[in-house]
Write a protein that binds this ligand. Structure first.
Ligand code: COI
Length: 356
C-alpha cells in the first residue's frame, strides 16, 4: 500500500482507504483536464467588493454572450497546486497568498474588482477539500487549482463589465511536458512576440496566452517542446517560454531575465531564486541576451505547472545550443529542494506551505 492509504492518526474523520480516492489510473497523469466534482464560485458587481461565494458542482457556466470576458478578453487566471501530505492526512498549498496578490495586481491592470487575499486562499482551500478524492497519492502528482477572474456581465461598447465572477476549479495533474522529467528542447521565435512594453505581459491575463498559440504550434510541429520569446523592441533579450520562466547557469551564477513589465513574475521563479541563494549560488535578475545562451552551462525553466524543467537544447536561427542535463545538475538540485518543500518532505523553514 502506498503511504496515502495509511489511516490518519490525528484526524479519525479523514481516515482514508482505497474507496476514498477517485478511481483513475494515477500513474498516467499528464497535464490534461480531468474534471473533478466541485468548483468555487463568487460574484460581484463592478463597484462592489466580493463578499459571498459558494462551492457548486463542477460544470458549464451560464454566461452572457456579450460578457466582457468573451468579447474583450477581460479575464485573469492563476495556477497553484495542492500536494497530498506524506502521512496521508491533509494537503499542502504552496504560497497561495502570492497567487492572490498577483491576481489583485492583474485585476487593477484589467479594471476588475478582485477577491481579498483571505477570500482567494479560502476559496482555494474549499476547492481542495471539496475535491479531495482527486488529490493524487504522494509521488503521483498534485491537484492543480485554476482560479479565474472574469468580466461576466454584459457589455457592447468597450468598457469594464458591470459584473464579475471569480471561480476556482481543479484537476489532478502530473508532469506538464510530454517529456516528463526529461530535458525539453526549445526554439526561439524571432517573429512572434509575447509581450510589449506597456502591455500586459507582466500580469496573468488570459489575453497573454491565446496569441502565443501560433508560435507554440509551429514549434511543436517542428519537433520542439516549446517556444522561447524575445523582447519585442530589440529582439535580443530572452523573456520567457509560452508557459514558464527561464534561468541560465554559468559557473556559480544563476541568471533569470529581469521582469520589467513584459515577463510574468512567477512564484516558482521567485522561490527558485531564493533557494538558489541559500545554496550559495550568485543569483542575478538581469537582461539575458541570446549571446548569453551560447556561453551557458545549463538552462532550465520554472513555473507552477512546469515546476523546474531542464532544457536540453535551444535552437536559434538554425543553430542548436546544447546544455548539461542529468542528475548532477543545478536544475536537478533546485528541483529536489523545491519539491521537497512543496510535498512536505522536509521542514518548511520559510513558511511557504499552507496546510489544509
Ligand atoms: C502555471 O504554470 O500554473 C500556468 O499558469 C501556466 C499555464 C500555461 C499552464
Amino acid at each position: 500500500a502506498s503511504s496515502f492509504q495509511h489511516a490518519c492518526t490525528h484526524d479519525p474523520e479523514s481516515n482514508r482507504s482505497d474507496e476514498d480516492n477517485a478511481d483513475i489510473n494515477w500513474d498516467d497523469l499528464g497535464f490534461g483536464l480531468v474534471p473533478t466534482d466541485y468548483m468555487y464560485v463568487m460574484k460581484c458587481s463592478q463597484d462592489d467588493t466580493f463578499s459571498y461565494g459558494e462551492v457548486n458542482r463542477y460544470g458549464n457556466l451560464e454566461l452572457s454572450p456579450s460578457s466582457g470576458v468573451l468579447n474583450y478578453g477581460q479575464g485573469l487566471f492563476e495556477g497553484l497546486k495542492a500536494y497530498r501530505k506524506g502521512d496521508g492526512c491533509g494537503f499542502l498549498l504552496f504560497r497561495p497568498e502570492e497567487n492572490a496578490r498577483r491576481m489583485q495586481m492583474g485585476a487593477k491592470r484589467m479594471c476588475m474588482p478582485s477577491p481579498s487575499v483571505d477570500q482567494f486562499v479560502n476559496a482555494v482551500k474549499q476547492t481542495v477539500l471539496a475535491n479531495k478524492r482527486w488529490v493524487p497519492p504522494q509521488g503521483k502528482g498534485s491537484l492543480y487549482l485554476r482560479p479565474l477572474l472574469m468580466g461576466s456581465g454584459p457589455v457592447l461598447g468597450l468598457a469594464p463589465a458591470p459584473e464579475y465572477m471569480f471561480l476556482v476549479y481543479a484537476s489532478p495533474v502530473g508532469t506538464y511536458f510530454k517529456e516528463g522529467l526529461a530535458p525539453i528542447n526549445l526554439i526561439i521565435d524571432d517573429e512572434i512576440h509575447r509581450a510589449t512594453p506597456g502591455g500586459t505581459g507582466g500580469v496573468k491575463t488570459i489575453t497573454n496566452y491565446g496569441p502565443v498559440l501560433k508560435a507554440q504550434v509551429r514549434a511543436k510541429s517542428n519537433g520542439f517542446t516549446d517556444v522561447l520569446f524575445l523582447d519585442s523592441t530589440e529582439k535580443r533579450y530572452l523573456e520567457e517560454a509560452s508557459s514558464c520562466n527561464l534561468f541560465i547557469v554559468k559557473d556559480n551564477v544563476i541568471s533569470t531575465p529581469i521582469t520589467r513589465g513584459t515577463i510574468l513574475a512567477g512564484i516558482t521563479r521567485k522561490s527558485i531564486m531564493e533557494i538558489a541563494g541559500d545554496y550559495g549560488y550568485k543569483v542575478e535578475e538581469r537582461l539575458v541576451s541570446v549571446e548569453d545562451l551560447t556561453a551557458a552551462d545549463e538552462v532550465f525553466c520554472t513555473g507552477t505547472a512546469v515546476v523546474v524543467a531542464p532544457v536540453g537544447s535551444i535552437t536559434y536561427q538554425g543553430q542548436r545550443y546544447a546544455y548539461k542535463t542529468g542528475i548532477e545538475t543545478v536544475s536537478q538540485q533546485l528541483y529536489s529542494a523545491l519539491t521537497a518543500i512543496q510535498m512536505g518532505l522536509v521542514k518548511d523553514k520559510k513558511s511557504w506551505t499552507v496546510e489544509i
